[in-house]
Design a protein around this ligand. Structure first.
Ligand SMILES: Cc1cc2nc3c(=O)[nH]c(=O)nc-3n(C[C@H](O)[C@H](O)[C@H](O)COP(=O)(O)OP(=O)(O)OC[C@H]3O[C@@H](n4cnc5c(N)ncnc54)[C@H](O)[C@@H]3O)c2cc1C
Length: 462
């Protein structure tokens, strides 16, 4: 089934690309505009939950992703002398939800997603700067030549629906909120509050290493370690990837939190970083794969090392008129719970289901889709957001009481509590209503997904 409704997606991140792949399967008319001139090689690990493998399997992407990733059976929490704090087992995911969790590098996943989207659908090097929407259409203006920032020619794109999948410092969100205020709509205070950063993070992926140097690379399943630094609120995350690479994220709390107006981030990007104070603080830490953490940094090309601020924020306003926000643009999670990409993927499935079969481009039909998507997704996204913030607090606190809490929370809880937590993350396993459901079954059935508002048929193959 196709419809004449035209869609613009702003942002070719995980959320934008997955949405595009699903719109392609739905035979709907869309384009993506992306400010980067090409795919960024930056980024370390993305961990994909069983819930996401469900939709990736339905879309026929899982096999390739499995070949280029490692299943993750557990997370080991260590002190900086490598003594054990606890372990979280994830080996039961396959039995409970039909799929294991996966560890993959961000650029590898992007390569796979990009390969499924026709080249002409992506407009690279277009930074969306403003939007205008009314009864009839939505129009965005983009700067077209990123090399001449401030002096760039402008291009415009027009459509019926605008999807803001442009990340934590979303221009779509900023413009949308401004236009709503101009219309006299009062927004929740928290939605307008500036972003607050109290941590930052250096991430990297090494060159290809040998199994002789790092025997952990031989293992079929992926290793995931979290080292909790003693002196400061520092954590070092270490991963094995397929293709014999190791990855690291070094997260540290800043001495003074910084509050920024969103406009400060207009030109914020994931950029390569030079040697950093954070790196120097942990360089001497022993590495559970052998040698030190510094050795991994030395084996990382400079263009694959980047530094970012960390913030988390849940926005209550996700849509208005013809524009809807998705992924980090409306719920930015801290990386500690590994949920950013997963929540973005779940958003994309829910929205495409609600757009499928939309009979017209009227504000009323679009509004019904957006409302059904929000009603289904927002409670789960908010719950996961709270849990991620709690994990961050547990990992970041220091002192004897915090040590005890970590000891209990990270691996010494009864199975039924651990399982309840896992069920919370994996019970919602949305899939596309218009394709045959994915084959994977587990002992914990998926929660029923929202009824698509416009599509009334059963699953069909397109
Ligand atoms: C380069 C990069 C590396 C990352 N590495 C990691 C990592 O190692 N680990 C981790 O947990 N998370 C990482 N993330 C974040 C992670 O990808 C997201 O938290 C999660 O996948 C949600 O994705 P998203 O699509 O909502 O947002 P994002 O992944 O942030 O994607 C947003 C996209 O929108 C584009 N964009 C932004 N503003 C505009 C604009 N005005 N006009 C047009 N396009 C715009 C951006 O360039 C980007 O491609 C990284 C993000 C980026 C951009």
């Amino acid at each position: 089934m196709s419809s004449n409704v035209k869609i613009i997606i702003v942002g070719a991140g995980v959320c934008g690309l997955l949405t595009a792949i699903q719109l392609e399967r739905a035979n709907m008319d869309y384009i993506i505009v992306e400010k980067a001139r090409t795919l960024s090689p930056l980024g370390s690990a993305l961990s994909l939950t069983s819930a996401c493998s469900y939709i990736l399997d339905q879309l026929g992407l899982l096999e390739e992703i499995q070949k280029k990733s490692k299943p993750c059976a557990k997370i080991d929490y260590l002190r900086d002398d490598l003594s054990k704090v606890g372990v979280m087992h994830a080996h039961d995911l396959m039995n409970r939800y039909g799929y294991s969790g996966l560890l993959i590098t961000r650029p590898t996943l992007y390569d796979i997603l990009l390969s499924r989207i026709p080249k002409e659908k992506i407009h690279w090097g277009k930074r969306m700067v403003s939007l205008r929407q009314d009864e009839h259409s939505v129009e965005i203006e983009c700067e077209d030549n990123l090399e001449n920032e401030g002096n760039a020619p402008k291009v415009t794109f027009k459509s019926d629906i605008l999807i803001g999948a442009d990340g934590a410092y979303s221009s779509v969100r900023r413009n949308l909120f401004q236009s709503m205020q101009d219309e006299g709509i009062e927004l929740p205070k928290n939605d307008l509050a500036p972003l607050r950063f109290d941590s930052n993070c250096v991430i990297g992926v090494t060159d290809v290493l040998t199994e002789e140097e790092y025997p952990a690379l031989k293992e079929k399943s992926g290793d995931f370690y979290v080292i909790i630094g003693k002196e400061k609120a520092i954590q070092v995350y270490l991963f094995t990837f397929a293709e014999n690479r190791l990855g690291f994220n070094i997260c540290g709390r800043m001495d003074k939190p910084e509050v920024h107006d969103e406009k400060d981030f207009l030109f914020t990007d994931w950029k390569p970083t030079a040697a950093d104070e954070l790196c120097e603080m942990v360089r001497h830490y022993k590495c559970p794969f052998g040698g030190t953490v510094g050795d991994l940094m030395d084996r990382t090309p400079k263009d694959r090392l980047s530094k970012v601020f960390l913030e988390d924020k849940y926005f209550s306003t996700w849509y208005h008129k013809r524009t809807v926000l998705m992924g980090d643009a409306c719920h930015k999670h801290l990386p500690f719970g590994g949920q950013g990409a997963n929540q973005a993927i779940l958003d994309s499935v829910s929205l495409v289901n609600q757009l499928y079969g939309i009979p017209s481009n009227s504000l009323s039909d679009i509004g019904k889709s957006f409302k059904a998507h929000y009603d289904y997704r927002s409670p789960n996204a908010k719950e996961v957001f709270k849990n991620t913030s709690l994990v961050a607090a547990i990992l970041g606190a220091r002192g004897i009481i915090s040590d005890m809490v970590r000891f209990i929370a990270l691996g010494h809880l009864p199975d039924f509590i651990n399982n309840a937590g896992m069920d919370g993350m994996n019970a919602e396993r949305p899939y596309l209503c218009f394709l045959p459901p994915p084959p994977g079954k587990g002992s914990v059935p998926p929660k029923p997904q929202a009824v698509p508002v416009h599509y009334k048929g059963g699953p069909t193959v397109v």
